[in-house]
Design a binder for this molecule. Structure first.
Ligand code: PMV
Length: 325
């Protein structure tokens, strides 16, 4: 019996300029580039053990046995690359509310990419890891890096990967996550994307305007311009959600409480406080702001939300190996 194992930790990222639609379902090539901030508070720890005595892959999430179908398909890519056939036991612990639009798939597949490739004896570059993580979930591409990262859309498997824009974020920026619903979402991001690409008449305008947003957002990051970055992120998020409303049949990830949080953020802005919201494929609202303003923002949000619904997160690190438990 031979056993090879490795463990890795990856953090989630929140897209400020979003990926919403694929041009290749199989390879997960996005229609447009995207840009994100990796967060310290939400992460996944994953251990992969290739064990020659196993008859099939096994997967545990937070100590509960799960179907290994998706994980197995991903491990097949690692097995192909390392020219081996051994099955693996995968154990993950998610420090992220699952599938509630807090990008648990991003941290999950970034951690799995590093742990599985190392356990298989592959020493992949970060670019190769980013390409591999992409095959599990598009947003995982960006979680290889800390801080701000950009996913270059590319046209083939080889040139679609993330690059770091600013791994050490040395200016005052954070996100407050407003946890509205911890339930699994009804429409997966895969289904949502497919539907908008196929049926929204606004889709071409989305791709065009997002490319322009991305260029401006990169300049805002370079200039440490939180107002410009926030305005771009909020408007880009609303355009993504407008695609969903314009699809056939229409759908939305918003819940009444999402709109309440969004209005509170807008109200804070009329009082001169710099804060902007974004939402992914779920009802939770993430508020981009400076730490110096976080107290007053939380106090205002607490007029409606309980303190444990508000989680502050700062820029976080890229994927790394950890000691197995
Ligand atoms: O990687 P997926 O399939 O979970 O898609 C994530 C899509 C968004 O979170 C909505 C946007 C993004 O760029 O992360």
């Amino acid at each position: 019996m031979t056993i090879h194992q490795a463990s890795a930790r990856a953090h989630t990222n929140i897209a400020l300029i979003k990926y919403w639609g694929k041009k290749d379902q199989q390879l997960i090539l996005p229609m447009n580039g995207s840009l994100s901030l990796t967060l310290d508070h939400f992460y996944t720890d994953t251990t992969v053990v290739f064990d020659s005595s196993l008859k099939a892959d096994q997967f545990w999430l937070d100590d509960q046995r799960q179907s290994a179908t998706k994980i197995s398909r991903f491990l097949d890519l690692v097995r192909q690359r390392s020219e081996q056939k051994t099955f693996a036991k995968v154990k993950s612990y998610n420090h992220v509310p699952n599938a509630a639009g807090l990008a648990s798939s991003a941290s999950a597949f970034a951690a799995l990419a590093l742990a599985a490739s190392q356990a298989a004896g592959l020493n992949l570059s970060r670019q190769a890891l980013s390409r591999l993580a992409r095959r599990g979930s598009g947003s995982a591409t960006r979680s290889i890096y800390g801080g701000f990262a950009e996913w270059l859309p590319g046209t083939t498997d080889k040139d679609s990967y993330a690059i770091p824009l600013q791994e050490k974020v040395d200016w005052d920026i954070e996100m407050i996550a407003v946890i509205i619903n911890r339930q699994q979402k009804k429409i997966s991001s895969r289904q949502g994307m497919e539907r908008v690409v196929e049926t929204s008449p606004y889709y071409p305008a989305w791709v065009k305007s997002t490319q322009a947003d991305l260029l401006k957002a990169k300049k805002a990051i370079q200039a440490h311009d939180l107002i410009l970055l926030g305005e771009l992120a909020e408007s880009n998020a609303l355009r993504m959600h407008a695609l969903n409303l314009s699809a056939r049949p229409p759908f939305s990830y918003f819940e009444p409480q999402s709109l309440v949080a969004m209005r509170l953020v807008e109200k804070l802005r009329t009082r001169g406080i710099c804060c902007y919201y974004t939402l992914d494929a779920g009802p939770n609202v993430k508020v981009l702001c400076a730490h110096k303003d976080s107290q007053i923002i939380k106090e205002t949000l607490q007029s409606v939300f309980a303190p444990d619904q508000l989680i502050e997160a700062f820029p976080g690190p890229g994927v790394q190996l950890i000691n197995e438990k």
